[in-house]
Design a protein around this ligand. Structure first.
Ligand code: ATP
Ligand code: MG
Length: 399
């Protein structure tokens, strides 16, 4: 019954001169989101609104679901579109819209007409009153409440006439691509996909890096990360995922450094390599799924020691979240089921029984000097041999 969507957006409406940049980014992300959906979509921008006209036979549910993934959208209004063929026809269309949309008519309503086309022969107030009367005539169970109606019947008169009464919440935030790019350290866990989602929600485009340790971590573990990236990409647009072979570095650290410092030192090398790729691809910061105190490597001291090796800002959007709150978010965005698949993680393979929880920077630096003979070359090799996978919301391919 719906032939179009009216898209409402919030924050980007207040951006002054930059407004058109934000709107263009939003239109671009909407196009990307609708690409895999069955049907053709015509997207237009007019007076602070975005309209999406759909071809006949398009998949409504899929289109709606895709739009719910576009940051910057505050509300999605499914619209019944009709040609302007006089008031009599309009009244019929509004009545038939309500008949189909609301099987139970025991409700209050108010008509809200917006005459964007000023040549329309009736003023808005008159249209409101006349339509109200027609609706009451057709559905005696309904009544008018101008202050707090159950439904607001919106009638927008433009080239065509738009009828809608429903606002489905969008994800909010800002369109991806309006706030630079960040490099996400993406593991197969619950946290990092959520962290990527949260930063992307602020308009940041996301690239990602995953460290694996074959043969200690399997192909399935890697595929799980690609699958997570694909879910995140339904919100962010295509993600360039670097897959780094971390085995030799991990083994070397294991061989040369005290075992209770393994995790910290390993994480410092992950950050260094991630930052290398971030610089190479013009990301402006690193993103991790860490939260204070969640595990030994996420105490304030541990976080400080991983920060020390980075020159770029490290964004940790989950820093103050409890695990349960992160789990809820991951369920909401659709990554949870994949995250809990039981494949091994490279960090857990070499972990010590009693890792240091309050690493002393001087001690860690001294331990790292034990690596000086070969580590630079190993890092170089890890960078050179990294594989790049372009992950899209619907498919993936080799770069
Ligand atoms: P997650 O659920 O995101 O894996 P976690 O609670 O398991 O987090 P850690 O394993 O300590 O926490 O990792 C902390 C952060 O470091 C992760 O959120 C992620 O950003 C990054 N990270 C950890 N392991 C990897 C990996 N193998 N590849 C890329 N990034 C990683
Ligand atoms: Mg993890």
């Amino acid at each position: 019954m719906f032939q179009a969507f009216l898209i409402k957006y919030g924050e980007i409406g207040i951006k002054g001169k930059n407004r058109h940049l934000f709107e263009d980014a939003l239109v671009r992300q909407i196009k990307y989101a609708l690409k895999p959906v069955e049907g053709e979509f015509l997207i237009s921008k007019e007076q602070g609104r975005i309209y999406i006209e759909a071809s006949e036979g398009y998949d409504y549910d899929e289109a709606l679901e895709s739009l719910r993934h576009v940051f910057g959208i505050v509300g999605i209004c499914p619209v019944a579109l009709t040609e302007d063929e006089g008031f009599g026809k309009l009244a019929e269309d509004v009545v038939s819209y309500l008949a189909k949309r609301y099987p139970d008519k025991h409700m209050t309503f108010k008509v809200n007409t917006r005459r964007a086309r000023k040549t329309y022969p009736m003023p808005s107030m008159e249209v409101n009153a006349a339509l109200g009367e027609k609706i009451l005539g057709a559905f005696p169970e309904m009544s008018v409440d101008v202050h707090n109606p159950d439904i607001l019947v919106n009638v927008e008169i433009r080239g065509k006439i738009y009828i809608y009464s429903e606002i489905i919440p969008g994800p909010g935030g800002m369109p991806v691509g309006t706030n630079g790019k960040g490099m996400l350290l993406l593991s197969g866990g619950i946290d990092s996909p959520v962290a990527g989602y949260m930063i992307a929600k602020r308009g940041v485009k996301i690239d990602a890096v995953y460290f694996h340790a074959p043969p200690y971590t399997s192909e399935r573990a890697k595929q799980k990360v690609v699958d997570l990236a694909r879910i995140v990409a339904t919100y962010t647009g295509p993600i360039y995922l670097k897959v780094v072979n971390f085995t030799d570095i991990q083994m070397y650290i294991y061989e040369k450094c005290p075992h209770d410092e393994l995790t910290i030192i390993m994480r410092r090398y992950m950050m260094r390599i991630a930052e290398y790729f971030a610089k190479e691809t013009e990301s402006l910061g690193l993103i991790t799924g860490e939260s204070i105190g969640q595990v030994a490597s996420q105490t304030m001291q541990s976080l400080a020691s991983t920060d020390e090796v980075c020159t770029m800002p490290v964004y940790r959007p989950l820093i103050g979240f409890d695990k349960q709150e992160i789990v809820e978010l991951s369920k909401k965005i659709g990554t949870f089921e994949t995250s809990i698949l039981p494949y091994e993680d490279c960090c857990t393979i070499f972990v010590a029984k009693h890792p240091v929880t309050k690493p002393n920077l001087k001690v860690i630096r001294r331990s790292e000097t034990h690596l000086s003979e070969k580590i630079d070359e190993m890092v170089e090799t890890a960078i050179q041999t990294a594989e790049t996978i372009i992950v899209r919301g619907t498919e993936e391919g080799e770069a």
